[in-house]
Ligand binder design. Sequence first.
Ligand code: SAM
Ligand code: DTB
Ligand code: SF4
Length: 328
Amino acid sequence: METVINVRALEKKLNDPSMGRWSIEEILALYELPFSDLIYKAQTIHRENFDPNAVQVSTLLSIKTGGCSEDCGYCPQAARYHTDVQNEPMMQLDEVLEAARAAKANGASRFCMGAAWRSPKDKDLEPVLKMIAEVKSMGLETCATLGMLKDGQAEKLKEAGLDFYNHNLDTSPEFYGDVITTRTYQDRLETLERVRKMDINVCCGGIVGMGESRMERCGLIAQLANMERPPESVPINLLTQVEGTPLHGTEELDPLEFIRTIAVARITIPGSFVRLSAGRQSMSESIQALCFIAGANSIFYGDKLLTTGNPEAEADKRLFSKLGIHPI
Ligand code: SAM
Ligand code: DTB
Ligand code: SF4
C-alpha cells in the first residue's frame, strides 16, 4: 500500500521538538521506512532522551493466579479456556515479600504484582495494599496490575505507596473486539484515567502477533502516543501462544516486524520507557539486541512472567554483559 505521507513531511515532523499528534498515516510511514533508516531514527531519538546503555529491570509475580472471568483470547488465566494453569488463591504476604527480596537481590528495581481479576473487590484489595506498602519499604518501586479499577480504588493504591499501575490497551480499537468481548476499550481508558488522576505512573502498552494487521499495530501506537500524557512505561508484548487459548496457532509475527514496532514506539513516545516484554524466551540474543538498538530500555527479569516462562536471570546477565548494558 502506498502511504500518503512523503518522507519530507515526516522529516519535518521528526524535527519539531513537540511532534504533536500522530496520525495513523504518519505512523504507517515510519513502519514503511527502510529498516536501516527506521532504526537510525529510533536510536537517535533514544540517545536524545535516555542513556542508550541503561535498561530498567522489573520483576513480575502473579499474586493470584487463574480462574479469571474475562475472555481475553490470549490469556491462559481465563477460566473459560482449558490450559495447564492451576488456579491459586491470593498469596500470603510473607511469600510475596520473599519473592520481592529475591528480585531485589537479583538486581530488579521494580516489583510488579499481578492478579487474574476482571476488577478487584474492595475486600480483595486490602491484602494487596499491605503488600504494596511492605514492598515499597524494602526500597523497590512498586507496580500492580489488578484489572479495572472502581471509584476510590486508585486512591487507596496511591495511599499504600503504589508507583506504577499496569493496564494495557492490548491492541487498536478496531481489532480489540476480535480479542476481548467482556470489557470495552472505553472501560480500559476509564481505568487509565483513574490512575492518572491519582498521579500514579501509568504502565500501558499492548500485544502484537495476535493476527492484527500492520495498520492495527499503528492504531495501538496512535492511541498510546496521542494520550494527553503518554504512559511513562510502554510494554510491548509479543503474544506468547498458550495451548487452550483461542489465539493458540496464530501465524507467528516476523521478528523484523516486532523490532519495527519497538522502533516506532520509541520514535512516537520518545520520553517513555519502552519495555521489551512477553515473548523474549522465543527470541535469539541477536533479535533482543536489535530491540535494544531500536529503543527498548526495559525488560521483565526473572525466569517467569505471570504463568509463562521468561529467560533465566543468569542468561539475561550474560546478555547485558555481552552488550555492555547496565541495569537500572
Ligand atoms: N487481569 C489484569 C488485566 O487484564 O488487566 C492483570 C493481568 S493481565 C495478565 C496483564 C496483561 O498481560 C494483559 O493485559 C496482556 O496485555 C498481557 N498478557 C496476558 N497474556 C499474555 C500472553 N499470552 N502473551 C502476551 N501478553 C499477555
Ligand atoms: C505486561 O504488559 N506484560 C506482563 C505484565 N504487563 C503484567 C504480563 C505478560 C503475561 C504473559 C503471559 C503469562 O505469563 O501469563
Ligand atoms: Fe483475566 Fe487479565 Fe487474563 Fe484478561 S488478561 S483473562 S482480565 S487475567
